[in-house]
Design a protein around this ligand. Structure first.
Ligand code: HEM
Length: 495
């Protein structure tokens, strides 16, 4: 085994040294020195990349270089450099790298997030933004959203009358997954007993695979080690389990006896488009499965994570909590809940939403991109096939743009035209440009309605014996930034 490893590492080392010599001819952004072969992988903290990158920016500035194995990496973390990557030179930066797990789980790039060719990406994006996630479609899902929010509120009422502590993190994750299950395939996941936990565990497995380390990604010549470590079989198992799950729900939808009352969900829309054949490619069942992965993974936990962060910040800032509750209660009156129509008048709630997206973005580092060809940013050369990370967490806290950036202060957005639609490069919670989040409207609609109703219906307090300082803001590793410890609060029904 050791001899085999040696035989692979020696040629790898020689190739690397040759590559490094070649790179010296370019004016690359500065960066910390790495080790031979592994580069900076030993220094990188994948559990909190935003913090690791922010610290490096203190030494190297808003654009710097790293090396992951043999792969060059560039990190940008200023509004100016982000604009170059996401807008001015978007065409060169709108590709995702070929990674083992994302390729397998996306049916070799048949989805939107990991599509390979630009032409194919354009077509599949059209399907998403015109047919699945348009404002009209998001509006049509409003009754589901409303019903799921009311179910969550009723559960909290029952728990609070029994004087139980409310685990908001768990309740919000259940809300988000039931909501996305009904939106995507027309049924609550828990209507069938164990299905919800099956959905949850599949989702967790898929997310774990997206952040798992594979030798094949950074050291292609020793990619076979993934088989020895068992990573490869874990990936295959996750792929097969997901495939069976999609197959079952798609077959349910193809059943001619399916009640019409259940129709109109995302799978129905995709199956209808498949019949129409209006695209430059044939929309197969594999395309539909690949798109479902994007919707489940990107659509479920982002909204839940955002509401948890908003409630965390509000409980730490009682004055803001009181102000936003007063606005919501005055506007919604005493009808017992907040409707989608009420939301349009809630300026301060919208400011709280924006401030949470700035202060605790769901994806603090945008999904990694890869350059197509050589280009230049701020006078530095960026080589083809460089991995590019945009750290929006640091950008959202840049003192050049934000007064008191480390304070949660929704007032900063009142009367301000700064928005999250990808035009203001100091505030990028949904990214910008071609690869910007296509689910922004749905994500915000879920976030607003859930948060407004939680704040309308209950007074929120800390459990007995807990102090404000005890509420932590530690995060879990993963693409979506979740609060590490569940947010557990006491809810008192508001009369
Ligand atoms: C508040 C909730 C949400 C937030 C904060 C959020 C944020 C983001 C961010 C930052 C990206 C990466 C953009 C980039 O790489 O430049 C992204 C991508 C994506 N999001 Fe969202 N998202 C949310 C909700 C949703 C929902 C509800 C869906 C779908 C149902 C969705 C689907 C996607 C997809 C498919 C991508 C990949 C786009 C691509 O690579 O072309 N997101 N999202």
């Amino acid at each position: 085994m050791l001899i085999l490893l040696f035989l692979f590492l020696v040629p790898l080392f020689i190739i690397l040294v040759q590559k490094l010599r070649k790179n010296e001819a370019f004016h690359l952004p500065p960066g910390p020195k790495g080790l031979p072969i592994i580069g900076n992988l030993h220094q990188f903290d994948p559990s909190k990349p935003q913090i690791y990158f922010a610290k490096l920016a203190n030494t190297y500035g808003p654009i710097f270089t790293l090396r992951f194995g043999s792969t060059p990496v560039v990190v940008v973390q200023s509004a100016k450099t982000a604009k170059e990557v996401l807008h001015t030179q978007d065409l060169n930066f709108c590709y995702r790298p070929y990674m083992l797990a994302t390729q397998r789980l996306s049916y070799k790039g048949l989805d939107l997030a990991f599509a390979h060719s630009l032409d194919y990406f354009r077509e599949i994006k059209k399907i998403c933004v015109v047919h699945l996630l348009s404002s009209k479609r998001v509006e049509s899902f409003a009754p589901i959203r409303h019903d799921e929010v009311l179910r969550m509120i009723s559960k909290i009422s029952t728990l609070s009358s029994a004087s139980e502590i409310i685990n908001l993190s768990e309740l919000l994750m259940n809300f988000a997954s039931s909501n996305i299950c009904r939106t995507a395939f027309g049924k609550r996941c828990d209507d069938e007993g164990s299905k919800r936990s099956r959905f949850h565990s599949l989702l967790n497995d898929a997310q774990a695979m997206f952040t798992a380390f594979f030798f094949a990604d950074y050291f292609p010549s020793i990619g076979w080690l993934d088989k020895l470590t068992g990573q490869y079989s874990r990936l295959e198992k996750t792929f097969k389990d997901l495939d069976v799950f999609y197959e079952e729900i798609i077959n349910d939808h193809l059943d001619p006896n399916r009640p019409t009352s259940q129709q109109g969900d995302i799978i129905d829309v995709l199956l209808h488009l498949r019949k129409q054949r209006t695209f430059t490619f044939e929309l197969t069942i594999d395309h539909i499965k690949a798109l479902l992965l994007n919707i489940f993974v990107a659509g479920t936990d982002t909204s839940a994570a955002m509401v948890v962060w908003a409630m965390t910040e509000l409980i730490k800032n009682p004055t803001v909590m009181k102000k936003v509750q007063e606005e919501i209660r005055n506007s919604a009156g005493n009808k017992g809940y907040v409707t989608v129509e009420d939301l349009t008048k809630l300026e301060y709630l919208k400011a709280v939403i924006k401030e949470t997206l700035r202060f605790r973005p769901a994806a603090p580092v945008l999904l990694v991109r890869e350059t197509l060809k050589k280009c230049s940013i701020e006078g530095y050369d960026i080589l083809p096939k460089t991995l590019v990370f945009v750290n929006i967490w640091t950008i959202g806290r840049d003192p050049e743009f934000w007064i008191d950036p480390d304070i949660f202060k929704p007032e900063r957005f009142l009367g301000s035209s700064i928005d999250f639609k990808g035009q203001d490069f100091e505030f990028l919670p949904f990214g910008a440009g071609r690869k910007m989040c296509p689910g922004m409207l749905l994500g915000v609609a879920n976030f607003e309605l859930a948060l407004a109703n939680l704040l309308y219906s209950f007074e929120w307090e800390l459990p007995a014996g807990m102090k404000m300082e005890d509420i932590d803001t530690d995060t879990l590793p993963g693409v979506t930034m979740h609060k590490k410890n569940p947010l557990c609060l006491v809810a008192r029904k508001y009369a």
